[in-house]
Structure formats: C-alpha cells, structure tokens
Design a protein around this ligand. Structure first.
Ligand code: KIV
Ligand code: NA
Length: 262
C-alpha cells in the first residue's frame, strides 16, 4: 500500500473512518507502528520527556526534532508522518516558522508539521499553509505552555476551545489535536469542523485518537493520566528478558557451544 497523503487523511473524516495515530521517535519503533497499519505517526516533542528524560517538552531543540524525524522518515512506507514544531520554533514570526518547518520537509521524509495553538497561531498556520506545508494544530492542553497553564490540567473553556479549533481550520490546518478537554466539548468541536479532530483525553467522539507509543506499550514510568491505556506490559517483558540473560550467563547456560564457531 502506498503512502497516506494529507488529502487521504482528511477524506477519512468524510468517509466516517476512525483515524489512528501513535508517536514514534526512531527507526525500529516507527517500523513496528507502520507495519501494524496505523494511519499517522507523530514525531512528538514528547520525546523530550520520553526519550531525553527531561521534565517537560520545552528543552528539545529544532536540530534534535530533525534528527528523530530523519530516523522515523526512513522507516515509514505507509503512514502519514507529522513532526512537532518544538518550542519556540514558530513563535519568532512567520519567516522563522517557515524556515523551521521547511527544514522538516526538506531534510526528512516527513510530510507535515504540528504546532500548539489555535486562534493566536492563525497567522503562522496560514503562512505555513501558503508555503505548501501541511499543518496539524493542537488545542486544549498545550504542554509547551505548562508554565502559563500552571500544570497539566483539563481545559474547560468551551467558547475558547471552539474558537481555537475553528480559527485553526479557517487558517488552513488539515487536522487538529484536541488534548485533555471534556468529552462533550470535543464532540461539539468534531461536529462543527470539516477537518479531522484527533483526540487525546478528549473522549470517544473525535475523528481519531492519538497516544504516546511508550504509554500504549507499557514502557513508561511515573504518573499516567486517566486517558492513557497500556495494551502491553513491555517493562515487565524487558525486565524478564534482561534478567534471564543475566542469569543464564552467570550460570553458564548461555552461550552454548552451538552459539559459537568451530
Ligand atoms: O508530543 C506528543 O506526543 C503530542 C501528542 C501527545 C499529541 O503532542
Ligand atoms: Na507534542
């Protein structure tokens, strides 16, 4: 099957097909997610926390996002790949935003960018769109604004959220992530927009759903918000495999003669 394009992604809403999206940050994980038939892969700035071990998403740089987007881009045959614009790569004027987003399309095999914001980012979204760069907007809980929001909290300003989503659509965004907003608000936004809504902590009525792969695999540690679901216990699996290797080497059960050469 050929690569999913932005128009194909948008058409899934019209056709009533649920859209699935997961993060991937490197070649092997992107291979696995792509092979499993997920429609879209996000090289999320969540890699700041998940891969780099930072406290929040603010430290990751443009060069580091490009580095991960290169690896994911090489891995994917099928999925649409979207790359997060890191803080503050799109807050320094439309010119700098196009320069930075343009790097993602020039230097990696990824096809679109995502940025946090709705109404207040409408100018940047329309400049990127005019440059031929597809933009996914991200409204509701915006982790890059953690200091301004005062923590990772449910966002409940119904009118503000609706205005953000509608501004993003009007500015040319091809989709919008809705993060951590009440189910009924997400439902209302999804009905109002013609572009797909991709929810995370936004209830079952969004056009699609996105999660962080490491959470889905049960690889993450620490606090898990209620919207996360682990579909595997990879931490347990990895722990068992590593301990088994350790024990077999210590007890002389690995390697056996057949693992070596005559
Ligand atoms: O960075 C990320 O992983 C994200 C998703 C959780 C939407 O922005
Ligand atoms: Na993100």
């Amino acid at each position: 099957p050929s690569r999913i394009t932005v128009p194909r992604f948008r058409a899934m809403k019209r056709e009533g097909q649920k859209i699935t999206m997961l993060t991937a940050y490197d070649y092997p994980t992107a291979r696995l997610v792509d092979a499993a038939g997920i429609e879209a892969i996000l090289v999320g700035d969540s890699l700041s926390m998940v891969v780099q071990g930072n406290e929040n998403t603010l430290p990751v740089s443009m060069d580091e996002m490009i580095y991960h987007a290169e690896m994911v881009g090489r891995a994917v045959d099928h999925a649409l790949v979207v790359v997060d614009m890191p803080f503050p790569s799109y807050h320094l004027g439309a010119h700098r935003a196009i320069e930075n987003a343009g790097r993602i399309l020039k230097e990696t095999r990824c096809q679109a960018v995502k940025l946090e914001g709705g109404a207040e980012q409408a100018g940047v979204i329309s400049s990127l769109t005019a440059a031929g760069i597809p933009v996914m907007a991200h409204v509701g809980l915006r982790p890059q604004s953690v200091h301004q929001l005062g923590g990772y909290r449910v966002q409940r300003d119904r009118r503000g959220l609706l205005a953000d989503a509608q501004s993003a659509e009007a500015a040319g965004a091809f989709a919008v992530v809705l993060e951590c907003i009440p189910n009924d608000i997400a439902d209302a936004i999804t009905k109002k927009l013609t572009i797909p809504t991709i929810g995370i902590g936004a209830g079952p009525k969004c056009d699609g759903q996105v999660l962080v792969l490491h959470d889905v695999l049960g690889l993450s540690t620490g606090y898990m918000p209620r919207f996360v679901k682990a579909y595997a216990d990879m931490r347990g699996e990895v722990g068992r495999a590593v301990a088994a290797f350790r024990d077999e080497v210590r007890e002389g059960q690995f390697p056996l003669p057949e693992h070596g050469y005559e």
